[in-house]
Write a protein that binds this ligand. Sequence first.
Ligand code: C6P
Length: 404
Amino acid sequence: MIDIDKIRKDFPILSRKVNGKPLVYFDNAATSQTPQQVIDVIVDYYQNYNANIHRGVHSLSQEATDAYEEAREKIRAHFNVKHKEEIIFTAGTTHGINLVANGFSSLIKKGDEVLVSALEHHSNIVPWQMLCERTGAKLKVIPMTQEGELDKLAFAELFTEKTKLVFVNHVSNALGTINPIKEIIAKAKEVGAAVLLDGAQAAPHIKADVQVLDVDFYVVSAHKMCGPTGVGILYGKKDWLEKLPPYQGGGEMIDQVTFEKTTYAGLPHKFEAGTPNICGGIAFGVALDYMNEIGFDKIAAYEHELLVYGTQELLKIEGLRIYGTSAEKTAVISFNIEGLHPYDIGTIVDKLGVAVRTGHHCAQPIMDYYKIPGTVRASFSFYNTKEEIDVLVESVKKAKMMLS
Ligand code: C6P
């Protein structure tokens, strides 16, 4: 069991009021809250050793470099990455996907096929559409079912010898579905395709082991796992990262520069042009320490309890429909109430202190599939409680009464 009272004390924001009511924060899939341990590290960095890294011989620069590289090592260990240089610091998931999609421009040709799933966030659709426009490759879509799962019967047939790349999220942000990634990776291997998993919504809840998964690329954002915004990582197998060209040119990604020719630095620096989010990287490492200390098994078990309770209580409201009913899902409840617009529900519950996300959740194809403009999405984290779920349910009931 997790010590929920102790954990909640670590998050100063959880004791504030919103619109005169105690904050109930259920927008964790958009961004998670930050424990004091991570806030302290950010303050300490700017108070004591703020300096550019990998450049200076002075002590401050050495300290900052050591702390940043120590964070890379923590991230390596967390995802069980084989080589430290397979971890590329990015600005987040979107940046990581674009880096890979851009790099594949030179490795994909007309007639090749790339597979995406119907459950993707726009970040894992648009960069690949752009790749297909540049190269003439064909984008094929793994369809979804009413339960919000990938259609397993359909997907096997989509893999052919022309399939070169497959990109799927580990967990859907809009519905919480945990996708059958092992089967997808196995199928991709049969046809020799590379797989990129968007781990943005999985990493805060499930500890992925990239070697056991044997996945080619895995991308995450720190801000969804108790870290700061503007930082994340791309994991890529060394062979792939060596084959891909640099994404951006600039300082730190070079070996030698002359006006005639530039040679590039080795991994990971080839993909880390310019001054990175140094403090963000260091804080990401500490956020992982924080979550690992609680334990991902305990986090998953507790969040599952919240999911079961929240589902049961919300379904007691007449006319409420939950989208995404897969048996394998994280603690995300996307719902609508018959006849009401999700935006109106979200606005009223906010007045009662409850933060949920409303709209298409940057996953318009999922909304199109269900023929709805959007949903109300309540996404739980390990620092939430059943009492907070009760507040959500009462607030939704009030919203329904006011709007009907
Ligand atoms: N989803 C949500 O409310 P960035 O913005 O780069 O940190 O992450 C983009 C992203 C990519 N893939 C998935 C599966 C995601 O959920 C997200 C971010 C947030 O659902 C903000 S739109």
